[in-house]
Design a protein around this ligand. Structure first.
Ligand code: AMP
Ligand code: TRP
Length: 334
């Protein structure tokens, strides 16, 4: 029996991923790759929608791929590749843009947020059509499931609409994918500002745990994390966002349930609890960091692995693209 297909990706927008990417995305990808035919991309074309230094973008792309592998995405089992290595992404995005309504694209809340924050002159057309490129990523692979954070749900809904519209207008070319939205317990908040999502682009570094940071640095950040004055380790997202966030991180990385952690630290102070968490984080991240750095030590080998997987991705993608070109009426090259 063939396994259902899964597709997800992340932008190479920083030198290191943060613990939210690890808990909210990579740990789930790692688990799901066992039962799905999984494709994971480093979406470098998407990263171009905001200004980038070219040499840095190249480096971030490699580093992101290395962290996928270090976190347990197996490049021999899952198709882990770089988006720009498969030219069909940009080509299908063009075709899909011709079936996307201008108003429809304009209703994407992520675009509306970003363009109102930076102004229309500082906003590129690429940022506007970003969701169409994301739809192309997903639809090229006849994807069944798309695991993403809830901020991406609207983009997957658009992808479904475009797939259905194309299929009914031109004949069935695409599988209509389903989003798999990350649970609340997989959402990680900033250690200094625990009501804001932890993010690669956070304003201050002190609230972000980086996968590639020196473990002792991460331990220090945990010891300084914002808590509250109550002094008891218990989960209460509303009234104790800081402690609740630390409990979520502890539970996710240790594989334990939150109540069992609350019990362990009952009657003990936050200092003990943070020390315990720092140990869990260092134990989990230490080996991941080592593996990532080892992979980055041999970029030629890493590039080779990515090239092999780009070849595997291309086989699937080019088939879909050729079918789409035929269906819309482009003349085949003789
Ligand atoms: P980003 O590149 O920051 O958009 O993140 C890529 C993916 O990582 C998202 O789609 C989420 O699945 C996950 N992610 C990012 N930040 C967090 C967070 N703070 N908590 C949980 N998951 C996150
Ligand atoms: N837009 C997604 C994000 O910022 C990244 C992405 C691009 C993606 N293409 C994708 C995610 C396809 C899932 C499937 O997180």
């Amino acid at each position: 029996m063939t396994k259902p297909r899964l597709y997800s990706g992340m932008q190479p927008s920083a030198d290191s991923l943060q613990i939210g990417n690890y808990i909210g995305a990579l740990m789930q990808w790692r688990e799901m790759q066992q039962s799905y035919d999984a494709f994971f991309s480093v979406v470098d074309l998407h990263a171009l929608t905001v200004p980038n230094d070219p040499a840095e973008l190249r480096e971030k792309t490699r580093r992101t791929a290395a962290q996928y592998i270090a976190a347990g995405i197996e490049p021999s089992r899952s198709t882990l590749y770089v988006q720009s290595h498969v030219s069909a992404h940009a080509e299908l995005a063009w075709i899909l843009s011709t079936v996307t309504g201008f108003g429809e694209a304009g209703r994407m809340t992520q675009f509306k947020d970003k363009s109102s924050r930076y102004g229309t002159d500082a906003t590129s057309v690429g940022l506007f059509t970003y969701p169409v490129l994301m739809a192309a990523d997903i639809l090229l692979y006849q994807t069944d499931l798309v695991p993403v954070g809830d901020d991406q749900k609207q983009h997957v809904e658009l992808t479904r609409d475009l797939a259905e519209r194309f299929n009914s207008r031109y004949g069935k070319a695409f599988t209509v994918p389903m989003p798999v939205i990350q649970q609340d317990t997989a959402r990680i908040y900033d250690l200094q500002n625990p009501t804001a999502k932890m993010s690669k682009s956070a304003e201050t570094d002190a609230g972000v745990l980086w996968l590639l940071d020196d473990p002792s640095k991460s331990a220090k950040k945990i010891m300084r994390a914002v808590t509250d004055s109550e002094g008891s380790v218990r989960y209460d997202r509303q009234n104790k966002p800081g402690v609740s966030n630390l409990l979520v991180i502890y539970a996710a990385l240790s594989g334990r349930q939150i109540p069992s952690i609350e019990d362990e630290y009952a009657g003990r102070g936050y200092g003990d609890f943070k020390k315990g968490l720092a140990e869990v984080v260092v134990n989990e991240f230490g080996p991941v960091r080592e593996r990532a750095l080892a992979l980055l030590d041999d970029p030629a080998e890493l590039d080779r692995v990515l090239a092999v997987n780009a070849g595997k991705a291309e086989e699937v993608a080019n088939k879909t693209l050729a079918d789409v070109y035929d269906k819309v009426g482009l003349l085949r090259r003789a």
